[in-house]
Design a protein around this ligand. Structure first.
Ligand SMILES: Nc1ncnc2c1ncn2[C@@H]1O[C@H](COP(=O)(O)OP(=O)(O)OP(=O)(O)O)[C@@H](O)[C@H]1O
Length: 300
């Protein structure tokens, strides 16, 4: 098994005796886009500051890129925290050349990162002429200079319009494949990160209450086909013979468990063929958000 790119074990952090993190465990697999979710004030930014070595945990262990965070070479991690300060009177290339000289990188690095964020053509334009989405892409380009193996982003789509959000999402999504960069991205919106993440961790009450790959989550989600019929018992017998699993709710309604959407015509045809009157069929697949909320309640 690969070493997690971020591994937090039992981390705690209090501010003026007020506990914010109360035994936080996080395991971020390599080459993942890990969405770190939590409501406002749950401690996402605090965690991110600890991952970047800007804040020390009171107790517990924090490993980033296989090393204790205190020993980490910070140049191996790219980050956007808070609103990035972009100098409006500079062109994008001039702006990136500041980071290039600080990090002592080759000139070609500017062209590489501009290409990655699709800003090659706008490279010689002043930042003051950029849209908010372009500015955020430029901030991403800056964070990607030096080809970091890990990118840590604190709410990178905050304040962007839907198109800007989509641009950033598409960019982030392709980073593991394109440049072997893992991404740890905080957000308070599950439906927003669902479109780009491969893994999700949910922070609540100072702990991670759920951590899962999205693939696993999707497999766990149970869809149902609710049928209103003349006799649920008869319908259940007919469907059992046809290989469907059902749960009877009332004498006149039952749920078919985990049907795929394409099976609905077959289910209804089976019933009609055997003389079971069907009044209504309603297909339901929970959203990821509903699944997480219910898993959370069960785990609580
Ligand atoms: N330097 C600090 N001093 C005192 N309290 C702090 C400090 N930094 C954060 N806190 C408190 O810790 C809690 C968590 O804050 P944090 O900014 O980490 O949450 P968050 O999940 O990032 O919230 P948001 O989504 O609103 O940014 C809040 O109650 C905040 O007031």
């Amino acid at each position: 098994m690969h070493t997690p790119i971020i591994h937090v074990q039992n981390a705690t952090k209090s501010f003026s005796a007020l506990p914010v993190l109360k035994g936080l465990n996080i395991s971020v697999p390599q080459r993942s886009v890990y969405a770190f979710l939590g409501n406002n004030g749950e401690g996402k930014s605090t965690t991110i500051r600890m991952l970047l070595g800007l804040l020390r945990a009171d107790s517990g262990s924090i490993q980033v890129l296989g090393k204790d965070v205190a020993q980490l070479d910070k140049r191996q991690v790219g980050a956007i925290i808070d609103a990035p300060v972009l100098y409006a009177h500079l062109t994008a290339r001039e702006y990136l050349s500041i980071t290039r000289s600080i990090k002592n990188l080759s000139k070609s690095e500017i062209a590489r990162v501009l290409e990655l964020v699709s800003l090659t053509k706008a490279g010689n334009r002043k930042i003051s002429t950029f849209s908010l989405g372009m500015k955020q892409r430029l901030a991403l380009a800056q964070a990607l200079m030096g080809d970091p193996k890990l990118l840590i982003l604190d709410e990178p789509t905050n304040g962007l319009d839907p198109q800007g959000m989509q641009e950033i999402r598409e960019l982030i999504k392709q980073l593991p494949e394109q440049s072997d960069t893992s991404v740890f991205v905080s957000s308070h919106l599950l439906d927003e990160v669902e479109k780009m993440a491969s893994h999700v961790g949910i922070l609540r009450g100072g702990k991670l209450v759920l951590e899962s790959s999205l693939e696993h989550a999707y497999k766990q989600m149970t869809s149902t086909l609710k049928l209103d019929v003349c006799s649920s018992q008869k319908a259940a017998e007919v469907l059992k013979v046809a290989g469907y699993q059902t749960v009877q709710e009332t004498p006149s309604s039952l749920n078919v468990l985990n049907p795929v959407f394409e099976q609905i015509p077959d289910v209804t045809a089976c019933l009609i063929k055997k003389g079971v009157q069907l009044f209504q069929a309603v297909y339901h697949k929970p959203t990821l958000e509903q699944w997480f909320l219910s898993s959370n309640k069960q785990g609580a």
